[in-house]
Design a protein around this ligand. Structure first.
Ligand code: FAD
Length: 391
């Protein structure tokens, strides 16, 4: 098997994690990416203990230690009076229980480190400006067609091409994501524009009726990342880089605590975006023949638990281990699906539930609802290790 070249589509966080894992297992990889150059949007990302285990396996623990912010206590506050409703430990308590902690990081830092590590193993591994438009299987050959008219033949293809995956559509037909009724804004604020006394502690949530705001520092504390969720009846625009204005955001959060409005108001106009959230039922099949899916392509997820990239990174490690253990690509893809589908579907469902909890009308009852979820986090979210999960 190790003499086989593995072709991946999509150099996002999931595709790059898989590529790095496969290289580590002795495989040659080629990743075809549609973007003209590699990059990630300016936003933060939280990484749970399970992702930290996976990144350690991939050799990126030193990068995490250098670039990521390590939150200790996270406070959940009341939207109007700023009262602390709950404190959650994201450091020592998790380290003691699960051997790892939470990290928060700028997406571009993580994405850049993954790409650099893949290219250090093989400078030719990533090919940009290659948008896949078709996938056809003929016996053991996978024919991949690109928008420029070129076709390549692959021994095995992994679609890591995101929630609107072309590979998934070619395998299983169009899916029909449903608009959830939630939209979100994301912003990055230079920390020197934020009064330090409104960040106690720096990582935290504010919960209000049908609205929620999450904020934490990235880039060694030089930027404050925030995501603000709200309800909106209808939404049709695609993508998550639609420009918004501070005035629109402040209108939506009128009446909220001044600590929230202060950092929102300090957002530079070119660092504020909005998008609508769409939900999918978990997919039951992640591969057919020699073509498989991973990351958001296999299990699109709502962002309420900050676990989409976490799942993609876990996938990368488990996929590499499945290829290492198997004797054929079909067997590797079956092993991967068997090892991952329950875990991913569980997290996808929990994320949906968390969205409903955050947006329930009454912030006062949040601590009780969160306690129930916290018990479940222990069982379902963190008590998992992609490095030791049987494949
Ligand atoms: P993507 O990042 O979508 O990458 C897919 C890649 O495939 C892209 O590079 C794309 O250009 C390429 N591509 C697509 N189509 C083609 C094609 N036809 N041909 C070639 N290439 C193609 N996750 C967390 O773990 N923690 C968080 O805190 C967190 N916060 C989030 C906050 C928000 C607001 C949102 C929206 C998401 C958040 N997530 C978080 C989720 C996370 O960002 C995604 O789940 C994760 O990035 C998915 O990675 P991926 O590689 O599977 O897909």
């Amino acid at each position: 098997m190790q003499t086989m070249e593995v072709t991946l589509l999509g150099a996002g966080i999931a595709g790059l994690s898989a590529a790095l894992g496969l290289q580590r297992a002795g495989f040659k990889v080629r990743i075809y990416e549609q973007a003209p150059e590699l990059g990630e949007v300016g936003a933060g990302l939280s990484l749970s203990p399970t992702a930290a285990h996976a990144l350690t396996y991939l050799g990126l623990k030193p990068m995490l230690e250098e670039k990521a912010y390590k939150p200790d206590d996270q406070a959940v506050r009341h939207y109007k009076d700023g009262r602390v409703l709950q404190r959650v430990n994201r450091g020592k308590a998790l380290l003691d229980a699960y051997g790892e902690r939470y990290y928060v990081i700028h997406r571009a830092d993580l994405h850049g480190a993954l790409a650099e590590a893949v290219r250090a193993n093989d400078p030719e591994a990533i090919l940009v400006n290659r948008r896949c438009v078709s996938v056809t299987q003929r016996g053991r050959i996978v024919e991949v067609g690109f928008a420029d008219g070129e076709t390549i033949n692959a021994d095995v293809l992994i679609g890591a091409d995101g929630s609107r995956s072309v590979v998934r559509t070619c395998l299983f037909g169009e899916s029909s994501p449903v608009y959830t009724g939630y939209i979100a804004w994301r912003g990055l604020v230079p920390m020197d524009r934020v009064p330090p006394d409104i960040l106690d502690p720096p990582s935290g949530l504010f919960i209000g009726p049908r609205h929620m705001v999450n904020r934490y520092p990235v880039r060694n504390g030089t930027l404050l990342n925030f995501v603000a969720f709200a309800e909106r009846e209808a939404w049709t625009a695609e993508g998550w880089s639609i420009h918004s204005t501070v005035a629109e955001l402040l209108r939506e959060f009128e009446g909220w605590h001044s600590d929230v409005l202060t950092f929102m108001a300090a957002t530079p106009p070119d660092q504020l975006f909005k998008w609508g959230m769409f939900d999918h039922e978990p997919f039951e099949h992640w591969y057919r023949g020699r073509v498989g899916l991973l990351g958001d392509a296999a299990h699109p997820i709502l962002p309420f638990l900050g676990h989409g990239a976490v799942l993609g990174i876990e996938d990368g490690v488990v996929l590499a281990r499945a290829f290492q253990a198997a004797e054929s690509p079909e067997e590797a893809l079956q092993r991967f699906q068997d090892a991952r589908i329950e875990r991913a579907s569980h997290v996808v469902r929990e994320s949906r539930k968390a969205g409903k909890e955050f947006h329930a009308a009454d912030p006062e009852s949040y601590p009780e609802r969160a306690r129930n979820r916290a018990a479940d986090e222990g069982r379902g979210l963190f008590a998992y290790n992609p490095v030791t999960q049987p494949v």
